[in-house]
Design a protein around this ligand. Structure first.
Ligand SMILES: Nc1ncnc2c1ncn2[C@@H]1O[C@H](COP(=O)(O)OP(=O)(O)OP(=O)(O)O)[C@@H](O)[C@H]1O
Length: 240
């Protein structure tokens, strides 16, 4: 059986207090195998981004644990955690968060430089992954000179430059037209096949969600595994 890449145990996360109190996660637990592709879906505001940030150690749960390949990540020191995030996780955000004053190549090199690679090594790694995502002809373009789909591909290349075992993506097709979104879906599938990268994708896009191995629904603070063939609970027609 495949190794467990990510295990979430009884995650609890509450924002605010008094009337502002929102119990976002109320005991979310699940396991994701190494090399698996999982979508997280759910109604707007239900807590998907919060959950993804906790899985990616960008935010901490109030209670519960997250293990990446058996490592209890929130038991690491801040320094160890930064290193872990840089080397073991790739992030793709809805609004790509690229640095506009730098070009495609420089943006992609950045995680490798932070990891201590030489400029020469970082450049080679960035060029390789940019070729993989079909951007070899845009290396010297600044971010503002790229299309939405190209920017998202730079963001994916940057997330993958150190070949992390886990890629976390938040609405990666959210701002793209249908055709460009389909290209990004294909790219994710190719990356998963080529590098056996474990993929966790938060999305409202059914086309992306149903291409994953499993679909997790976040509802009332808990994770339920959904069948890909039935309408998801919040999409069911109302009985009235
Ligand atoms: N820093 C915060 N302080 C207080 N409340 C917050 C904070 N971050 C998120 N929330 C609240 O927690 C809930 C979950 O937010 P989250 O962004 O995780 O939802 P989501 O499922 O990703 O939503 P969407 O699909 O609309 O992007 C929302 O009700 C939101 O208003």
């Amino acid at each position: 059986m495949a190794k467990t890449a990510i295990e979430a145990k009884n995650l609890i996360k509450v924002y605010g207090s008094g009337p502002q109190r929102v119990e976002v996660l109320q005991g979310a637990s699940f396991k994701i195998a190494a090399g698996e592709k999982v979508a997280i879906v759910g109604a707007s505001g239900v807590g998907k981004t919060t959950l993804l940030h906790i899985l990616g150690t960008l935010d901490r749960p109030d209670q519960g644990q997250v293990f990446h390949f058996g490592v209890d990540v929130f038991s690491l020191s801040d320094r160890e955690l930064s290193r872990f995030r840089n080397q073991k996780l790739g992030f793709v955000f809805q609004f790509h968060h690229l640095l506009p004053e730098f070009n495609t190549l420089e943006n992609t090199m950045l995680p490798a430089l932070i990891a201590g690679k030489s400029v020469k090594e970082a450049r080679k790694m960035a060029e390789e992954i940019l070729e993989r995502v079909g951007l070899s002809h845009r290396l010297n373009h600044r971010i503002g000179e790229l299309s939405g789909g190209e920017r998202q591909r730079v963001a994916i290349a940057r997330a993958l430059v150190l070949n992390p075992p886990v890629l976390l993506a938040d609405e990666p097709t959210g701002n793209l037209d249908v055709k460009t979104a389909q290209e990004i879906v294909k790219l994710f599938l190719r990356i998963n096949q080529t590098y056996a990268t474990t993929l966790v994708v938060v999305t409202h896009n059914p086309e992306l969600a149903t291409q994953m191995d499993r679909v997790f629904g976040l509802s009332a603070g808990k994770i339920i595994e959904l069948s890909k063939d039935e309408p998801w609970p919040w999409n069911k027609p109302s009985k009235e």
